[in-house]
Design a protein around this ligand. Structure first.
Ligand code: T46
Length: 138
Protein backbone atom coordinates (compact mmCIF):
# COMPACT_ATOMS: atom_id res chain seq x y z
CA UNK A 1 0.00 0.00 0.00
CA UNK A 2 1.61 3.19 -1.07
CA UNK A 3 1.53 6.54 0.64
CA UNK A 4 0.77 5.49 4.17
CA UNK A 5 2.32 4.57 7.45
CA UNK A 6 0.63 1.79 9.38
CA UNK A 7 0.94 2.02 13.14
CA UNK A 8 -1.35 -0.32 14.95
CA UNK A 9 -4.65 0.27 13.19
CA UNK A 10 -4.25 3.99 12.86
CA UNK A 11 -3.34 5.02 9.35
CA UNK A 12 -1.75 8.35 8.56
CA UNK A 13 -2.81 9.46 5.13
CA UNK A 14 -0.82 11.94 3.09
CA UNK A 15 -1.84 15.54 3.27
CA UNK A 16 -1.85 17.14 -0.16
CA UNK A 17 -1.69 20.87 0.11
CA UNK A 18 -0.71 24.02 -1.62
CA UNK A 19 -1.35 27.72 -1.19
CA UNK A 20 -5.09 27.12 -1.79
CA UNK A 21 -5.53 24.78 1.18
CA UNK A 22 -5.40 21.10 2.07
CA UNK A 23 -6.74 17.88 0.54
CA UNK A 24 -6.62 14.30 1.79
CA UNK A 25 -7.57 11.19 -0.21
CA UNK A 26 -8.96 7.84 0.92
CA UNK A 27 -9.05 5.14 -1.78
CA UNK A 28 -10.58 1.68 -1.43
CA UNK A 29 -8.01 -1.10 -1.26
CA UNK A 30 -5.21 1.45 -1.53
CA UNK A 31 -5.02 3.29 1.76
CA UNK A 32 -8.00 1.64 3.41
CA UNK A 33 -7.91 -2.16 3.26
CA UNK A 34 -11.41 -2.80 1.88
CA UNK A 35 -13.90 -1.81 -0.81
CA UNK A 36 -16.16 1.00 0.44
CA UNK A 37 -19.88 0.31 -0.07
CA UNK A 38 -21.32 2.91 2.30
CA UNK A 39 -20.36 6.29 3.69
CA UNK A 40 -22.00 8.04 6.62
CA UNK A 41 -21.06 10.79 9.02
CA UNK A 42 -21.85 11.61 12.61
CA UNK A 43 -22.15 15.27 13.56
CA UNK A 44 -23.94 17.56 15.99
CA UNK A 45 -23.31 15.11 18.83
CA UNK A 46 -24.48 16.57 22.13
CA UNK A 47 -21.95 17.19 24.89
CA UNK A 48 -21.19 14.17 27.07
CA UNK A 49 -22.82 11.68 24.69
CA UNK A 50 -21.19 8.29 24.22
CA UNK A 51 -22.35 6.24 21.23
CA UNK A 52 -21.54 3.05 19.38
CA UNK A 53 -21.59 0.24 22.00
CA UNK A 54 -21.43 -2.55 19.44
CA UNK A 55 -19.27 -4.75 17.25
CA UNK A 56 -20.10 -6.11 13.79
CA UNK A 57 -20.34 -9.55 12.22
CA UNK A 58 -18.85 -8.63 8.81
CA UNK A 59 -18.45 -4.90 8.42
CA UNK A 60 -15.04 -3.28 8.42
CA UNK A 61 -14.94 0.48 8.85
CA UNK A 62 -12.59 3.42 8.55
CA UNK A 63 -13.22 6.40 10.86
CA UNK A 64 -11.80 9.88 10.39
CA UNK A 65 -12.64 13.17 12.09
CA UNK A 66 -12.76 15.50 9.10
CA UNK A 67 -13.56 18.32 11.52
CA UNK A 68 -13.03 18.56 15.27
CA UNK A 69 -12.03 15.67 17.51
CA UNK A 70 -13.41 12.63 19.28
CA UNK A 71 -12.13 9.56 21.08
CA UNK A 72 -12.85 5.89 20.41
CA UNK A 73 -12.72 3.12 22.99
CA UNK A 74 -11.85 -0.23 21.39
CA UNK A 75 -12.13 -3.70 22.87
CA UNK A 76 -11.20 -6.78 20.85
CA UNK A 77 -11.24 -8.97 23.99
CA UNK A 78 -7.43 -9.31 23.86
CA UNK A 79 -6.84 -5.60 24.18
CA UNK A 80 -8.71 -2.50 25.31
CA UNK A 81 -7.48 0.84 23.97
CA UNK A 82 -8.55 4.43 23.61
CA UNK A 83 -7.70 6.24 20.38
CA UNK A 84 -7.92 9.99 19.82
CA UNK A 85 -9.00 11.13 16.36
CA UNK A 86 -7.82 14.71 16.11
CA UNK A 87 -6.71 15.15 12.52
CA UNK A 88 -8.32 14.76 9.08
CA UNK A 89 -5.29 12.66 8.12
CA UNK A 90 -5.68 10.07 10.92
CA UNK A 91 -7.84 7.12 9.86
CA UNK A 92 -8.84 4.42 12.32
CA UNK A 93 -9.53 1.00 10.82
CA UNK A 94 -12.08 -1.04 12.78
CA UNK A 95 -12.33 -4.77 12.27
CA UNK A 96 -15.71 -6.50 12.78
CA UNK A 97 -14.56 -7.87 16.16
CA UNK A 98 -13.74 -4.43 17.56
CA UNK A 99 -16.32 -3.45 20.15
CA UNK A 100 -16.33 0.34 19.86
CA UNK A 101 -17.65 3.36 21.72
CA UNK A 102 -17.14 6.92 20.53
CA UNK A 103 -17.00 9.73 23.09
CA UNK A 104 -15.61 13.20 23.91
CA UNK A 105 -16.96 14.69 20.70
CA UNK A 106 -15.94 18.31 20.23
CA UNK A 107 -18.89 20.58 19.30
CA UNK A 108 -17.58 20.89 15.72
CA UNK A 109 -16.86 17.18 15.29
CA UNK A 110 -17.77 15.55 11.99
CA UNK A 111 -16.86 11.87 12.16
CA UNK A 112 -16.77 10.39 8.66
CA UNK A 113 -17.17 6.61 8.40
CA UNK A 114 -16.43 4.41 5.38
CA UNK A 115 -17.97 0.93 5.62
CA UNK A 116 -17.29 -2.28 3.70
CA UNK A 117 -20.95 -3.36 3.68
CA UNK A 118 -24.38 -1.82 3.18
CA UNK A 119 -26.44 -1.14 6.29
CA UNK A 120 -27.89 -4.25 7.88
CA UNK A 121 -29.16 -4.20 11.46
CA UNK A 122 -28.41 -7.96 11.64
CA UNK A 123 -24.73 -7.17 11.23
CA UNK A 124 -24.65 -5.45 14.63
CA UNK A 125 -23.76 -7.15 17.92
CA UNK A 126 -25.12 -4.73 20.50
CA UNK A 127 -25.09 -7.03 23.52
CA UNK A 128 -21.68 -7.28 25.20
CA UNK A 129 -22.29 -10.85 26.44
CA UNK A 130 -23.18 -11.92 22.90
CA UNK A 131 -20.01 -10.17 21.69
CA UNK A 132 -17.98 -12.31 24.13
CA UNK A 133 -19.78 -15.45 22.93
CA UNK A 134 -19.19 -14.68 19.25
CA UNK A 135 -15.59 -13.51 19.46
CA UNK A 136 -14.37 -14.79 22.82
CA UNK A 137 -13.19 -18.17 21.62
CA UNK A 138 -11.11 -16.91 18.67
C1 T46 B 1 -20.57 2.36 13.80
C2 T46 B 1 -20.35 3.69 14.41
C3 T46 B 1 -18.96 4.22 14.18
C4 T46 B 1 -29.07 3.60 9.21
O1 T46 B 1 -30.28 3.54 8.94
N1 T46 B 1 -28.14 3.36 8.24
C5 T46 B 1 -26.80 3.43 8.49
O2 T46 B 1 -25.99 3.23 7.56
C6 T46 B 1 -26.38 3.71 9.82
C7 T46 B 1 -24.88 3.78 10.14
C8 T46 B 1 -27.30 3.94 10.78
N2 T46 B 1 -28.63 3.88 10.47
C9 T46 B 1 -29.62 4.16 11.53
C10 T46 B 1 -29.69 3.12 12.64
C11 T46 B 1 -30.11 3.94 13.83
O3 T46 B 1 -31.49 4.04 13.86
O4 T46 B 1 -29.24 5.38 12.17
C12 T46 B 1 -29.53 5.34 13.55
C13 T46 B 1 -28.28 5.64 14.38
O5 T46 B 1 -27.33 4.56 14.23
P1 T46 B 1 -26.51 3.96 15.45
O6 T46 B 1 -27.29 4.06 16.69
O7 T46 B 1 -26.03 2.60 15.05
O8 T46 B 1 -25.30 4.99 15.52
P2 T46 B 1 -23.91 4.82 16.31
O9 T46 B 1 -23.29 6.16 16.35
O10 T46 B 1 -24.09 4.11 17.59
O11 T46 B 1 -23.01 3.87 15.37
C14 T46 B 1 -22.66 4.27 14.05
C15 T46 B 1 -22.84 3.11 13.07
O12 T46 B 1 -24.17 2.62 13.13
C16 T46 B 1 -21.92 1.96 13.37
O13 T46 B 1 -21.85 1.07 12.28
O14 T46 B 1 -19.69 1.53 13.78
O15 T46 B 1 -21.30 4.68 14.02
Amino acid sequence: MSGLVLCSRLIDIHELGDERGMLAVIESNINVPFETKRIFYIYGTAEGVRRGFHAHRKTRQALVCVSGTCKVFLDNIERKTDVTLDSPTKVLILEPNDWHEMYDFSPNCVLLVLASHLYDPEDYIRDYHQFLEVYGSE
